[in-house]
Design a binder for this molecule. Structure first.
Ligand code: ATP
Ligand code: MG
Length: 392
């Protein structure tokens, strides 16, 4: 029996005049995924995206899971289509559903008729199909209030669909509809989550990772590449830029007071990320900062770094507890990689007493001990770019 997938989208429906643009972007994203799972037709009708296998080689199970990770889709259902007459629909329900309903105790049928020329109303459709199911699944009972499973039968333009339940999709809005963001991606828990959250709001991602070889290792870089790959499952391909901060860190250690070291380093990161954002057409920067998590994430410390950005800095984790961030990291599959114990450039030469209420003027006075712009330019020359694509 040929199962097809019906993907429903939510927020896009509210987009009024721009709805078409959002729908087109979503369709394109789904098609890119579908290509990895075999020969599928992806088309839309009545605010639903249909993913239909065209031959035996198409991996419907794989595509089902992949579709659930596409932002903009709120639910994905598996269903089988037949002709729009009650005999065909009941026959299909009797052959398709028993296996899907084994292990369930109660059910109800929800008939829906969006093709108003169909002679039966939704209540009659539900009653007839319910009877057909009971005739082949004697272990089931009808429960209209709190059923284990809801069987949907829809009479649509293209045919009649019998659904075997649906699962939640990724939600959000399609990637590409919210501009492009430059994610400051470290090897930690927070920044991959921050990237995921902004991609969910439609941002295409580009990323920058700052390393400090030989103080940070080749494995640390590979770990960040793996994190980018995991985020790319949701966001689509990410161009990851790797920038060396070794020279800057060594100079800072020699020239500046230790207490200011982390802040000064973070100012370099912000300035460099901002320059990259300009070069690669990103309208925003994204970080995994969370208020009060560490000394460099107090309001005053954030101000000292924020001031160097010439565009909005999105910090989706700012109001979240670590526990909440960890939960998302688990859900999206980055946690296990994030906790691998490789050092980050922020953790080499860390001061014992970092400033938590830094004054901008004092930070700037420290900074003047080095030629800031020249160091930024030289760091930018160290750029290495990798195109990171996920295995969907
Ligand atoms: P995480 O590393 O997961 O983001 P954290 O608690 O380690 O969390 P910090 O090290 O203080 O946070 O860094 C705050 C933010 O600065 C990070 O979320 C990230 O956006 C950025 N950042 C820190 N280190 C780097 C780095 N080496 N390369 C790129 N961005 C970085
Ligand atoms: Mg970190």
């Amino acid at each position: 029996m040929k199962e097809i997938l019906l993907c429903k989208y939510g927020e896009i429906l509210l987009k009024g005049a721009n709805k078409r643009y959002f729908e087109d972007t979503l369709t394109r994203e789904l098609r890119i995924r579908a290509r990895c799972y075999g020969n599928f037709d992806v088309y839309r009708a009545q605010s639903t995206l249909y993913v239909e296998p065209k031959d035996e080689s198409a991996d419907v199970d794989g595509m089902f899971e992949a579709a659930r990770k596409v932002f903009g889709i709120v639910s994905v259902g598996r269903s089988v289509m037949c002709e729009k007459n009650m005999d065909a629909i009941c026959e299909l329900a009797k052959t398709y559903l028993p296996e899907k309903l084994s292990g369930k105790r109660t059910f109800k049928v929800e008939g829906r008729r969006s093709d108003k020329s169909f002679p039966l109303g939704s209540i009659e459709i539900s009653r007839e199909v319910g009877g057909a199911i009971l005739s082949v699944c004697p272990w089931l009972k009808v429960d209209v209030h709190n059923p284990d499973v809801v069987v949907r039968v829809e009479i649509r333009e293209l045919g009649a669909y019998v659904h075997a339940g649906q699962m939640k999709g990724a939600g959000g809005i399609p990637v590409g509809t919210g501009g492009k963001g430059m994610l400051l991606l470290s090897g930690g828990i927070d920044s991959p989550v921050a990237g995921y959250m902004m991609a969910k709001r439609g941002m295409k991602l580009e990323a920058v990772y700052f390393e400090s070889f030989p103080y940070t290792s080749e494995q640390a870089r590979e770990k960040v590449m793996e994190l980018a790959r995991l985020v790319a499952v949701y966001s689509g391909p990410i161009d990851l830029h790797v920038i060396s901060l070794t020279e800057i860190q060594e100079a800072l250690v020699k020239a500046c007071e230790e207490d200011y070291f982390t802040l000064l380093l973070r100012r370099y990161m912000m300035a460099i990320a901002d320059k990259l954002a300009e070069k690669y057409g990103c309208q925003a920067l994204i970080t995994g900062e969370s208020l009060g998590q560490v000394a460099s994430q107090t309001p005053m410390a954030l101000h000292v770094t924020n001031i160097l950005a010439n565009r909005p800095v999105f910090r989706p984790c700012i109001g979240m507890d670590k526990e909440e961030i960890v939960q998302i990291a688990y859900k999206i599959g980055t946690f296990e990689t994030s906790i691998l114990p490789y050092e980050d450039c922020c953790t080499v030469f860390t001061p014992k007493h970092p400033r938590t209420k830094p004054e901008l003027s004092k930070v700037e006075a420290q900074e003047k001990r080095l030629d800031f712009d020249a160091y930024v330019e030289r760091a930018l020359e160290s750029i290495q770019t990798y195109r990171i694509t996920a295995q969907y």
